[in-house]
Design a protein around this ligand. Structure first.
Ligand SMILES: [Zn+2]
Length: 217
């Protein structure tokens, strides 16, 4: 059952509508290229997250949120066959933290769910926000909504929980797959980004604090 869910998850990922990513020729596409180019040039991730001169913060943040979604999606994809209702009956991050899903739709009250189900709902929810043109305007000149930052914070806070679960419960597997450096780079970039713009509350970052202190100097 869990497996089937994941197949759907992946099929969905493959059909992620390219139009919602950044169209060549638009400012966001250029920013996206710029962000990725500096990422590949090996410069300090702490510098990479800073807003390039003359660019718009909202655009810069939008580009990163989409990139983080895609990267975290791939990252979870590498271990998702090991994250099942049996291995992970709760969406936990160690013994001290457990997340309950609530989306105001099918889950009106915070609900305990197995991790794969929680993460599936979480990624679908983030994708739905990205695809919502009221939140992420596609056309040039259409302004970002007033609640933009509020939605962004929620998206990033939720995405962070995937790191929490994967690091705490599936790190051995990532090491075995040779993906340790990859997740660390992705995490560091995410961490520097959300702290640079104060996008995730300190208390939300708490489950990975020790590790963060070790790898984010
Ligand atoms: Zn798991």
């Amino acid at each position: 059952m869990a497996h089937q869910g994941f197949l759907q998850f992946f099929a969905k990922d493959r059909t992620f509508r390219p139009r919602k990513r950044f169209e060549p020729g638009t400012m966001k596409f250029n920013l996206h290229k710029q962000a990725n180019a500096s990422l590949n040039s090996g410069i300090d991730l702490k510098d990479v997250v800073r807003l390039p001169q003359g660019e718009d913060t909202n655009d810069w943040i939008a580009v990163h949120v989409v990139d983080f979604f895609n990267r975290i999606n791939l990252l979870y994809g590498t271990i998702c066959e090991y994250c099942t209702e049996q291995t992970c009956p709760t969406m936990s991050g160690g013994p001290k933290y457990e997340y309950h899903w609530c989306d105001g739709g099918n889950y009106k009250k915070p609900t305990a769910l197995p991790a794969p189900q929680y993460i599936s709902l979480l990624m679908e929810w983030v994708e739905a926000q990205i695809n919502d043109e009221h939140i992420f305007p596609v056309r040039v000149g259409v302004p970002f909504p007033k609640n933009y930052m509020q939605v962004i914070k929620k998206m990033l806070t939720r995405l962070f929980r995937v790191f929490v679960h994967v690091y705490i419960h599936h790190f051995d597997k990532l090491v075995a797959l040779g993906a340790e450096a990859h997740i660390n780079t992705c995490y560091k970039h995410f961490y520097y980004f959300v702290t640079e713009y104060s996008l995730v509350d300190k208390k939300e970052l708490e489950p990975l604090r020790d590790m963060t202190e070790r790898i984010c100097h």
